[in-house]
Structures are given as structure tokens and as C-alpha cells.
Design a protein around this ligand. Structure first.
Ligand SMILES: Cc1cc2nc3c(=O)[nH]c(=O)nc-3n(C[C@H](O)[C@H](O)[C@H](O)COP(=O)(O)OP(=O)(O)OC[C@H]3O[C@@H](n4cnc5c(N)ncnc54)[C@H](O)[C@@H]3O)c2cc1C
Length: 324
């Protein structure tokens, strides 16, 4: 049997990492299990280079910097951080402990569980073109590093505000930006976005669909269904996300539109399981990084109480680390 932990956190996004810090600070034996090979969750995936202004004490921190800071903060208390493992089931044992099983069938043992796995795992809707596989290296589903597109010809395929966002971010960096929208307008956008797009050096193709990708050994051009051909070194695609909304229900948790309803102390419907971050839902919930931090503290404090009813309801870091 693998070692028994006090707290096992599912998800190594900003919430999971901060939960690990707080749990370690409360001297609970803590493990984090993250599906991706790296931590950071949505922040690392969607906006590593963007500046974030609404996390207290960090005016204009980049996504990368914030993730690095919160990971350093977690590592300060030395939790076990496991990456590349997807938890597929949680089973409560007769003795009240939990067995968490990953997609390879390996088991983790824990006295409590904190679910910080956001909306669960998700897949980007793939580019709907037959010969996609031959050009996989040139098809991207998020802008991670803008400099990767430096002086490249970039085609963006999207019918939403995300496509406009990307086009504006790459204009001036890429040699050329083409924005291809299968619809007649962009979903979820504002007049201000459209105004910025009109003023930008971006060629917009409405009611257009990519028919084929072409090139010898690498991507060189795209052909649209209307016969138009355009040069392209890379394609960026945002045609929506496919979110597996069944995961939490399969774990035996109550769900509300794929998220987990919680009590004010972040407890879920199974005793010993707590929730924090985007995974949680309650009246007035906001899906923001700072909300996840706050909920992480509440979830850990509740887990501490669950493990030891005499545990303090909250602690001060200035007291715990007074001799440092
Ligand atoms: C484009 C965009 C811009 C945003 N801008 C801001 C902003 O300016 N300010 C702000 O405060 N918020 C912003 N947000 C929201 C913010 O990113 C989220 O609220 C925050 O990232 C949630 O963190 P989380 O750790 O709860 O979840 P996530 O970041 O989703 O992390 C969950 C982690 O759990 C892992 N996981 C899922 N299922 C499993 C499983 N079964 N086993 C193991 N691991 C699993 C995932 O791989 C992921 O790493 C933005 C979001 C988006 C999409």
C-alpha cells in the first residue's frame, strides 16, 4: 500500500498549489496529483504571458510568474507533487480513508481529499480538416509563447472572441495574420473588440472554412472551401473546448453543471472530501484565482478540523513562522 497522507489534493493549478502550501503550513502530510506533466492549470495553458492585475499584492504579474510563485510557496512546505497522473476514481474505505485510483490503475491513500481540479480535464476541439495529422507540429490550440510566431505567417481559425484576442496579440509580431471564421460574426465579442480588429493589420475571412492544409515536409499554405489559398507557417485553432462533465459524478459527488456544490466550509456531499477553486460552486461563487486561494484556506481548515476536531479553526502564518 502507498503511504497514507492526511490530505491529497487533486489538481495542480493555482488553487491546488496554494492548497498544498496551506495544508503543509498546517503540518498536514500533503500530496498533490496533477494530470498534466506540469503544474499551473488554466493559467499556464491559456495565458502564461498575459499580465494579471486582480490578485491581491501582485499588480500586473504574468501567468508564468504567478504559477512559479505559488509553486515555490507550495514547495516551501515540501508536499509530494505528482504530475502526469489522472485520477479516475475515489473510493471511501470502511475505515474512513480514501483510495484514489489513477488512469494506470495505481492507488493513492489519503485520510481526506481536496478536489481542486477545476472543470476537470478538457480537450480542445480539433481543427476539422482531414489531413490534420501530417501537420500536427504546426497546429496549436493556445498561444503559449508569442515569440514562437515572430515573423511567421499565422492563420487563426476561430468563430469567437478568443480568435480576435489572438489576432490582436500577434499583430505586429507575426509577419501576417489571417483570421478565418466559419460563421458570419464572432461569438461573445464586444463592439470594442471589433473596432480594434478593424483597426488592426489582420485579414478577416468570414463565412470561410479551411478545406486543406498543404506543404512539403512542413505547413506552407491553407486552402479555403471557396478556393482561396493563403500562405501559413502555423495555424492557431480555437473552436471551443470539450469538457468531460461526468468526472465528479463518477466519483460519487453531487454535481451542478459539472461542478461540485459545497457548504460554506467547502465540504462536499461525501464526508472527508472538500473542494476549492473552479471545481466548487455555491451562491455567489466567482471563478477567479483569488477566490480559489480563499477557498483553499477554508478547505484545508475544514480538513484539519475533520482530522482532529480540536484543531484550531484557523491559523496565522506570522505566528507559525515567527522564528524565521
Ligand atoms: C482566458 C482566461 C483568462 C482568465 N483571466 C483571469 C484573470 O485575469 N484573473 C483571474 O483571477 N482569473 C482569470 N481566469 C480564471 C482563472 O484562470 C481560474 O479561475 C483559475 O485558473 C482556476 O484555478 P484552479 O486551480 O481552480 O483550476 P485549473 O486552473 O483549471 O486547474 C485544475 C487542474 O486540475 C487538473 N486536473 C483536472 N482533472 C484532473 C484529474 N482527474 N486528475 C488530476 N488532475 C486533474 C487539471 O489538469 C488542471 O491543471 C481566466 C481564465 C481564462 C480561461
Amino acid at each position: 500500500m502507498s503511504e497514507l497522507y492526511d490530505v491529497t489534493i487533486i489538481g495542480g493549478g493555482t488553487t491546488g498549489l496554494y492548497t498544498a502550501f496551506y495544508s503543509g503550513m498546517r503540518e498536514l502530510k500533503t500530496k498533490v496529483i496533477e494530470y498534466q506533466q506540469h503544474t499551473g492549470g488554466k493559467v499556464s495553458f491559456f495565458y502564461p504571458e498575459k499580465r494579471i492585475y486582480d490578485v491581491g499584492g501582485f499588480l500586473g504579474v504574468t501567468g508564468d510568474e504567478l504559477v512559479q510563485n505559488v509553486e515555490d510557496q507550495a514547495r516551501f512546505v515540501d508536499p509530494e507533487i505528482v504530475t502526469g497522473e489522472k485520477i479516475v476514481s475515489i473510493d471511501k474505505q470502511e475505515d474512513g480513508t480514501f483510495v484514489l485510483t489513477n488512469d494506470a490503475g495505481q492507488k493513492h491513500h489519503s485520510k481526506t481529499v481536496i478536489v481542486a481540479s477545476g472543470m476537470g480535464t478538457f480537450e480542445m476541439e480539433p481543427l476539422n480538416v482531414g489531413d490534420r495529422a501530417s501537420y500536427d507540429d504546426y497546429i496549436h490550440y493556445t498561444i503559449q509563447r508569442k515569440e514562437q510566431y515572430n515573423r511567421k505567417k499565422v492563420a487563426i481559425v476561430s468563430d469567437s472572441r478568443v480568435g480576435i484576442d489572438w489576432a490582436l496579440a500577434l499583430e505586429g509580431i507575426a509577419e501576417a495574420v489571417e483570421l478565418i471564421n466559419r460563421g458570419a460574426d464572432f461569438k461573445g465579442t464586444s463592439e470594442q473588440d471589433l473596432e480594434s480588429l478593424r483597426a488592426a493589420d489582420v485579414r478577416v475571412h468570414l463565412s470561410s472554412k479551411v478545406e486543406t492544409l498543404e506543404g512539403e515536409g512542413k505547413l506552407q499554405q491553407l486552402k479555403l472551401e471557396n478556393g482561396e489559398v493563403m500562405e501559413a507557417d502555423d495555424v492557431l485553432v480555437y473552436e471551443g473546448l470539450h469538457i468531460d462533465k461526468s468526472m465528479y459524478a463518477e466519483w460519487g459527488l453531487d454535481t451542478e453543471k459539472g461542478r461540485i456544490p459545497v457548504e460554506p466550509d467547502m465540504r462536499a456531499n461525501i464526508d472527508g472530501i472538500f473542494v476549492a477553486g473552479d471545481a466548487a460552486v455555491y451562491n455567489g461563487k466567482t471563478m477567479l484565482i483569488a477566490s480559489g486561494f480563499n477557498e483553499a484556506m477554508a478547505a484545508v481548515n475544514s480538513a484539519a478540523k475533520y482530522l482532529n476536531p480540536k484543531a484550531a479553526p484557523q491559523v496565522y502564518s506570522t505566528v507559525i513562522y515567527k522564528n524565521r
